[in-house]
Design a protein around this ligand. Structure first.
Ligand code: ZN
Length: 188
């Protein structure tokens, strides 16, 4: 059942969570409780029950930052070391007490994975890690990756048909092709 239950919004939530950290620039967009509240408001898939949004604390922030570390590690490692990524995913899912549930919404039935705790970080972990696990199970571990842009290192998940994504965005792909063109020209 888990195989078919990732949604694009849950996958995007995982990627956006990992990318709140910009390792090359040293920027971190998840340093305050306020930033965490904004992130969760922008990513309802990460917390479908809106658990504890009002009373988010520093403890929630610390827990979500730990979840981010796991999500980022999975995205970075899956392609080269899928066994290690699987171990991280399984640990994280167990830790978040991930639970599949069946819901009836907008006239159709769908499954989703949530947490049976009331911790917002556990909901975020259950949603994002199960989405990444499902992508690996359905499309393969090489669909998870890190942008090839040397000054970027943002993570991505490639849900495209051919699965040949190398850059996080068109902007990064364009920048890389311009740089390659310039270096070819100066080599002449
Ligand atoms: Zn990039």
């Amino acid at each position: 059942m888990l195989d078919a239950c990732y949604t694009a919004s849950a996958v995007q939530t995982a990627v956006d969570l990992a990318n709140t950290l910009r390792p090359v620039k040293g920027e971190d967009a998840l340093e305050t409780v306020e930033q965490l509240r904004d992130f969760l408001a922008d990513h309802p898939a990460g917390n479908p029950q809106r658990t504890g949004l009002r009373q988010l604390t520093r403890a929630d922030l610390a827990e979500v930052r730990a979840v981010r570390e796991t999500v980022r590690e999975v995205l970075e490692r899956a392609s080269a070391d899928p066994g290690e990524a699987a171990a991280l995913l399984n640990d994280g899912l167990r830790h978040s007490r991930a639970t599949p549930v069946l819901r009836h919404e907008d006239d159709r039935w769908r499954t989703e994975v949530t947490s049976d705790t009331d911790r917002c970080a556990a909901h975020l972990a259950a949603t994002t890690l199960s989405a990444l696990a499902s992508v690996i199970a359905t499309l393969g571990p090489t669909r998870l990756g890190v942008c090839a842009g040397p000054t970027c290192r943002a993570t991505f998940v490639d849900l495209s048909r051919n699965g040949s994504k190398q850059y996080c965005t068109r902007t990064c792909a364009h920048r890389a092709s311009v740089a390659a063109y310039r270096s070819r020209r100066s080599a002449r």
